[in-house]
Design a protein around this ligand. Structure first.
Ligand code: CO8
Length: 375
């Protein structure tokens, strides 16, 4: 039975107001290290405690390709006595921070699609971390936009956006929704351990949004038919965060290291690259396509070297911005939003019938790919 086409008809991007350069980040981190080592000088001298090592701009740029990142609030992150953002709590009757940035990105995506909130009948709020358990952020966003239908939150870490796009496409195909808004509010600064030099440079804040609807209802000039979606997960502890609602009952320290992001970066690199390349290859093959036919790959933005290797495995050539654009240098790793930022910024030059692949990979492990063709 042939299925009626489903399209991505608009995208939006909320960019936080503040930027932290690598130089600013390293200066603050090294001030924290000096402070920490001075405070524990006698224990370090007695061999009871290890001295912390300084970070460096050169290492960060060479190891990751990251040059700066946007954040919701930088003064707290750069304060060596604090090292995390300063955010104000809001009263219950005010829009929450995650919902606020999602509404901003969502409105942009709807405007691009030629739609308003009233046209939306499903909102999926998909991100690595949610502000609270209930009421769900998606329902708050649905309410703020004047949307109908239903909304729910979902988290699959870095793959939250691609996994949500599959749910949106399926909902439109099944007729349970006509127009789905997927939003990815990633305030990664809240769950990054800024005092750990192995990861303090990795993440940035942002929010992306995508409108998914039937081709028959789409009116935008720039639409992308979704030819297929493919999701995969495989259990791994190499990227982990034990923050959760049972922490209090476990009597565990809410500020302990395991309550923020931690990873075995080398292992992630080695294990995820072949998984992601094989996943994309098999997805394309299942659609009767080959990597050589793909005009552009909008890959997850975690590490420059990872993307270079994935493209080399897939296309047998060095990565080129025209084939696999990078946004990592400016935004850092924005978790699920990364591949969508790349799609948002780098698609205007493609022509009708051009093929593209949006692909995410990360914690779980989780991998999601969306194969699209410009209408
Ligand atoms: N400055 C100077 N030196 C450093 C620093 C630093 N900042 N950090 C580490 N070093 C040192 C190390 O100690 C090590 O020293 P030695 O050789 O003596 O042991 C040396 O530099 C090399 O360290 P690594 O081998 O760790 O360095 P790599 O070249 O592997 O680079 C990376 C580290 C950049 C982390 C790299 O491994 C990488 O990018 N891996 C993949 C990471 C990835 O893709 N992760 C995905 C996670 S994101 C996700 O799934 C979403 C989760 C939810 C988000 C939540 C938000 C907070």
């Amino acid at each position: 039975m042939s299925q009626s086409p489903v399209v991505i008809s608009g995208t939006g991007l909320f960019q936080p107001p503040e930027v932290i350069t690598n130089a600013e980040l390293v200066e603050a981190f090294n001030a924290y290290v000096a402070r920490h080592n001075a405070e524990h000088a006698s224990a370090i001298a007695a061999g009871q405690r290890e001295a912390l090592q300084p970070s460096s701009v050169e290492f960060i740029e060479k190891a990751s390709g990251i040059q700066r990142r946007y954040v919701m609030e930088k003064s707290g992150v750069l304060d060596p006595a604090r090292m995390y953002p300063r955010l104000q709590p809001r009263p219950d009757d005010q829009l929450s921070l995650l919902a606020e940035i999602a509404v901003d990105a969502g409105r942009q995506a709807l405007a691009a699609a030629g739609k308003t909130g009233a046209d939306v009948d499903a909102v999926l709020c998909a991100a690595s971390n949610m502000q609270r358990a209930y009421p769900s952020m998606a329902i708050e966003i649905q309410h703020a936009l004047g949307a109908g239908g239903y909304g729910f939150d979902m988290t699959v870490a870095c793959s939250s956006a691609t996994f949500a796009i599959e749910q949106a496409v399926n909902a439109v195909r099944a007729g349970t929704a006509r127009c789905v808004l997927v939003v990815n509010p990633e305030i990664t600064s809240g769950h990054l351990e800024w005092r750990d030099r192995d990861c303090h440079f990795i993440f940035g804040d942002v929010c992306t949004a995508v409108v998914v609807e039937a081709a028959a209802t789409a009116t935008a000039a720039d639409t992308w038919e979704v030819l297929g979606t493919r999701l995969a997960t495989q259990y791994s502890n190499n990227i982990r965060n034990n923050f959760g609602f049972l922490n209090r009952s476990e009597d565990s320290d809410p500020l302990a290291r395991d309550k923020t992001f931690r990873q075995e970066g080398r292992k992630v690199f080695k294990e995820v690259v072949p998984m992601a390349a094989a996943h994309i290859q098999q997805h394309l093959q299942g659609l009767g396509l080959s990597p050589a036919q793909v005009r552009r790959f909008w890959l997850h933005q975690a590490n420059l070297g990872m993307n270079q290797l994935i493209i080399k495995k897939l296309a047998g050539q060095e990565v080129h911005p025209d084939l696999a654009p990078l946004i990592l240098d400016e935004y850092a790793n924005t978790s699920s939003a990364g591949s969508i930022i790349a799609f948002h910024h780098h698609r205007a030059d493609l022509r009708p019938q051009d093929l593209g692949v949006i692909c995410s990979f990360g914690a779980g492990y989780s991998i999601g790919s969306v194969v699209v063709r410009k209408c």
